[in-house]
Design a protein around this ligand. Structure first.
Ligand code: URA
Length: 291
């Protein structure tokens, strides 16, 4: 546990209201997108990303160790994934999965959806971002995270050099909108989950970022609250997974953005430790933002 987390937790426990003073987060509406993009895309000097990798410990996950083998994703993806969806199979496989999703009648949500929302992004993403399920904007457009929460999500990703067009894939655990945005029923979630597993097998991302309670609950089977889960690295099929707050929650409660920013920095450090190109591309950005 970091010192900041310890102080916050102790403050909450003792009801002192004490909060460790953090640097401001970097994905507000006043974020200068051009400046960040330039820093992310520029010809940056190669800062050693490995230096950042060490301080992100695999602290979480132990509670779930029983059902999450640390064997590496490809080795154990077979159960739920279609064998034809081999890792790195490219856009064809992703499009085939998307076509199956759009044609799906596996649960009652097919009757109320306007569009199924398979997901979108890079074929070989550095990060698979996993949300809950489509809202009204996504149902209308067939694309994930396009409403206000999606716009904030894009800003959050951009603040650490990630972009759904370039190096992320964004998907939801539920592909069709539940009426009135209610939580999906267990049978709906169960019917939909194999699609997510097929996408995961095809994408084989080095890291997963889950936003909000539902995806981390779905993937890890935990009932722990997102406030406790966020910021603690877990593992899913051997892939490091970081839970953070959902952007729609951050829109409702700005004071939580500082914690999401801590999580994004953790993700950025870890990614820089495992991907040299990302480390080089974001060297300047990481320096400027104290990551
Ligand atoms: N919220 C989600 O979890 N997913 C979306 O695609 C949009 C909003």
């Amino acid at each position: 546990m970091s010192a900041a987390h310890f102080l916050d937790t102790a403050g909450a426990f003792l009801k002192t209201g004490y909060r460790y003073e953090r640097e401001p987060y970097n994905f507000t509406d006043d974020t200068d997108d051009e400046e960040i993009s330039a820093a992310a895309a520029g010809d940056c000097e190669d800062e050693d990303g490995a230096a950042y990798a060490g301080d992100v410990a695999e602290t979480g996950g132990a509670a779930y160790a029983g059902d999450v083998a640390e064997t590496g994703y490809c080795a154990d993806a077979g159960d739920a994934a279609d064998d034809s969806d081999a890792a790195d199979a490219g856009a064809g496989v992703l499009e085939a999965i998307a076509a199956d999703i759009r044609a799906c009648t596996g649960c009652g949500l097919c009757a109320t959806r306007i569009n199924a929302v398979p997901g979108e992004g890079a074929e070989k993403p550095l990060v698979l971002v996993v949300g809950e399920g489509p809202g009204a904007d996504e149902d209308a457009s067939g694309r994930p995270f396009v409403g206000p929460a999606g716009q904030l999500l894009d800003k959050m990703l951009l603040a650490i050099g990630l972009d759904r067009k370039k190096n992320c894939f964004i998907a939801n655990v539920i592909k069709c909108r539940p009426p009135k945005n209610r939580d999906p029923y267990p049978d709906e979630a169960a019917a939909c989950f194999p699609f997510f597993e097929r996408q995961l097998a095809a994408l084989n991302p080095p890291l997963i970022l889950t936003v909000g309670k539902i995806p981390v609950k779905t993937l890890l089977g935990t009932d722990e609250g997102i406030t406790r889960l966020r910021g603690n690295w877990k593992s899913y099929h051997g892939i490091p997974l970081l839970p953070t707050f959902h952007p729609s929650y951050l829109l409702r409660d700005e004071s939580q953005k500082q914690f999401a920013w801590e999580d994004l920095k953790s993700l950025c450090r870890r990614l820089a430790g495992i991907d040299a190109d990302y480390a080089a591309e974001t060297a300047e950005l990481r320096k400027a933002r104290n990551i």
